[in-house]
Design a protein around this ligand. Structure first.
Ligand code: PLP
Length: 374
């Protein structure tokens, strides 16, 4: 049993397919010696805005800073409340807390792991300013119901689309349905740079203007500061790399979807050793992660480890039970679906360059109980 490892993600395999294009793009920036914002970033902003069906894109330093600057653009401040899901990467709630506002957590739908829209209304108070749905793993939260409740209560919706660039629901793309969409170009996202990067998209020209101001310390003109912003700027080198990769993104999404379909077939044929993720019928899932569910996670992870198969738990502790949020007063049992997802889910390799024989090995390892008692 010494088959080659199957990594969770293989960025070298992707780079090998685009090396010359990337090197030409990076050379262009290096020769220009224009490293921050500028024409490459502006071009990427136009291209990502078009790709996500938005009027404006504002390039920023990370997905985390995209969320932070989006909340700053609507002037979220201490005493405000922002409703979000209890089951996400930390940045979603961290951005709220960093502005002194209170994250108010809502439980998830057990099938999609996205915020349960039916539970949002009960979390709204006179202090609620915004809702941040997260399109987890590459599938959009139920935006029709979320927008309906937001409109009814006059709330801003900021989509955390960090894992969902190119995802769709009822023909509309992630980041274009709410008031703002936040994207991450962290290397493991479907559109990943060679470092940190992010973008905020919006159809509102006033918000776009405010976001651009806040990204550069709120200055206009230079050295005259209307607002207290920050340094949330995007590098030209990242933009040049991302522009090359954006041209390949749809092809990579097709590869991820093909791999997901093969997993489903092979898992069913193996008697469903784990539950495959649910796909909504009204959308395009872009499979940033392929997350399966099992009540036997520990023995299963031991088996994957023994077969050198990459895997990861996203996320082992739901946000309402994180130590840094203890003062919010949540207890175990408050948000049961988020808590059981944190106990039972597991991400498997899904990257586009993954081969069919590798997927067969992953499923064989999941189905093989022969080593469990060792
Ligand atoms: C990756 C991610 C972020 C943060 O993006 P960074 O670029 O790493 O700062 C925020 N929210 C979600 C859901 C993410 O997956």
């Amino acid at each position: 049993m010494s088959a080659a490892p199957v990594p969770l993600l293989d960025l070298k395999a992707q780079y090998a397919t685009i090396r010359s294009e990337i090197q030409a793009a990076m050379d262009r920036v290096v020769e220009s010696q224009h490293f921050i914002l500028g024409p490459e970033v502006e071009a990427l902003e136009r291209e990502v805005a078009a790709y996500t069906q938005c009027a404006h894109g504002v390039g920023v330093s990370s997905g985390t800073d995209a969320l932070l600057v989006a909340l700053m653009a609507i002037d979220v401040r201490p005493g405000d409340e922002v409703i979000t899901t209890a089951y996400s990467f930390f940045a979603t709630a961290g951005a709220v807390a960093r502005l002194g506002a209170r994250p108010v957590f809502v439980d998830i739908e057990p099938q999609t792991y996205n915020i349960d829209p039916a539970q949002i209304a009960a979390a709204i108070t006179p202090r609620t300013r915004a809702i941040i749905p997260v399109h987890l793993y590459g599938q959009m939260a139920d935006m029709e119901q979320i927008m309906a409740v937001a409109v009814r209560h006059g709330l801003v919706v900021i989509e955390d689309a960090a894992q969902a660039i190119g995802a769709e629901q009822r023909g509309r793309r992630a980041g274009s349905v709410g008031h703002m969409g936040c994207f991450s170009f962290f290397p493991s996202k479907n559109l990943g740079g060679f470092g940190d990067g992010g973008m905020v998209t919006t159809n509102d020209p006033n918000l776009a203007d405010r976001l651009a101001l806040l990204r550069g310390h709120g200055a206009r003109p230079k050295y005259h500061h209307q607002f207290i912003g920050g340094n949330f700027r995007l590098d030209a080198l990242q933009a040049a790399v991302l522009r090359v990769k954006l041209r390949h993104l749809d092809g990579w999404i097709v590869g991820r979807q093909r791999n997901a379909a093969l997993y489903r077939r092979l898992l069913a044929a193996a008697g469903d050793p784990v539950a495959a993720p649910a796909e909504r019928p009204d959308g395009r899932h872009i499979y940033n992660q392929f997350v399966v569910r099992t009540s036997q996670r520990d023995p299963l992870m031991a088996r994957l480890r023994a077969h050198a198969i990459g895997h990861e738990v996203y996320y082992p502790v739901p946000l309402h039970l994180q130590e840094c949020f203890a003062d919010l007063g949540y207890r175990t049992g408050d948000l049961p679906e988020s808590e059981s997802a944190a106990r039972e889910t597991l991400a498997l390799p899904i990257y586009p360059e993954l081969r069919a024989d590798q997927i067969e090995r992953v499923v064989a390892a999941l189905a093989d109980r022969s080593e469990d008692s060792q």
